[in-house]
Design a protein around this ligand. Structure first.
Ligand SMILES: [Zn+2]
Ligand SMILES: [Zn+2]
Length: 353
């Protein structure tokens, strides 16, 4: 029996619409999940504004969204895995499993990998902003009953943050600067607090996300160009660059002590960007890139389930997905919002707050 789902489809810049699409028949080891919440991410906004995200260019219509949680509607036919009614989070990545990166334990760097809601390959990989979605069992993580689903809606960006903190080595007792207080920067603050970082300083242009950073455990916040900032914002052991701007990269190199670590998390524009290489060399900085995550997703789901990690302060809005244009507008204004969630579902069933 085939049925239809409603999906938020992007066809080109500004061409976003809810469309009815048939749900494919699940394989033996696949389940059908009714998606309930979906976080709007930077890449979704890029596809919406420009029809591309980094080097990934839309050539065909694609369902957006890779930060989704929901309820199992139909268990896998082979009988294994979560049963109907179980709340679940969805790991958005799949990898080939056989290449050199996959076998070396770096499946997130697999060149043949797929990610929900991504136009990196053709055909594009449809995302999770949809009422019903067929998902392989290995991508589904059962969640505890009794914890509201919105606690897990940040599982994907939190995994990006968790992975970035792992890239820095030990952060215990260290003096740390986070440049850029978008959802990822904010999640990094919460993960750093959990890992026993020493002092955490956060820098951003806007006061609202800096308030959130303090709620999540930042000791101090600053804005670029603030009086006295240049003298006090130096000599950090580790800096996380989460702004994705060349100015942020320069600030990271300047603010980190000799022999310290810089982790580049924010996506820079494609191509060359200016970089103070001589300073980085003479300070012997260890500079690491950080890209997505793999098994960190499971650690994050556990930390969210136990309440050790609470990222709900980062969620500023939950909006009925029929109001998608307003939600996307809001998500692209960092002075007003951090994470905007879409409440996904047949319109008569949605109870957005
Ligand atoms: Zn994301
Ligand atoms: Zn691979």
């Amino acid at each position: 029996m085939s049925h239809m789902s409603e999906s938020l489809v992007i066809r080109g810049p500004g061409q976003l619409d809810l469309e009815a699409l048939p749900v494919q028949a699940p394989a033996e080891n696949e389940l059908i999940v009714d998606i309930k919440l979906g976080g709007i991410c930077g890449s979704d906004l890029h596809y919406w504004k420009h029809g591309s995200s980094g080097a990934s260019v839309l050539t065909d219509p694609m369902i957006l969204g890779h930060e989704v949680v929901g309820i199992v509607q139909q268990a896998a036919a082979d009988g294994a895995g979560p049963t109907a009614g179980t709340p679940v989070a969805i790991h958005p990545a799949t990898s080939c499993g056989t290449c050199a990166q996959c076998t070396a334990g770096r499946s997130h760097l697999c060149l043949d990998g797929r990610y929900l809601g991504s136009a990196a390959h053709r055909p594009h990989t449809h995302g999770g902003f949809t009422t019903s979605m067929v998902v392989p069992r290995r991508n589904v993580r059962p969640l505890p009953e009794g914890v509201p689903l919105e606690h897990f809606a940040m599982a994907e960006p939190a995994s990006v943050a968790w992975h970035a903190v792992n890239r820095a080595g030990s952060v215990t007792g260290r003096r740390i600067l986070v440049i850029g207080a978008g959802p990822i920067g904010l999640a990094i603050v919460a993960v750093l607090r959990l890992r026993g970082a020493g002092e955490i300083v956060v820098s951003d242009l806007f006061p609202r996300p800096l308030d959130t950073a303090r709620r999540l455990g930042a000791d101090r916040t600053t804005s670029p160009g603030e009086p006295g900032g240049e003298e006090t914002n130096v000599d950090f052991d580790t800096t996380f660059e989460c702004s994705g701007t060349p100015a942020g990269l320069s600030q990271a190199v300047e603010a980190t002590r000799g022999g310290g670590d810089v982790v580049m998390v924010g996506n820079q524009r494609v191509g060359d960007v200016p970089f103070p290489a001589a300073r980085a060399i003479s300070k012997e900085l260890r500079i690491s890139g950080s890209w997505r995550f793999q098994n960190e997703f499971d650690e994050v789901v556990q930390a969210l389930a136990s309440g050790q990690l609470d990222l709900t302060p980062i969620i500023t809005h939950i909006i009925d997905w029929s109001d998608y244009n307003r939600a996307f507008e809001l998500a692209s204004r960092p002075s007003e919002s951090s994470k905007v969630l879409l409440a996904i579902g047949p319109r008569h069933q949605v109870d957005a707050k």
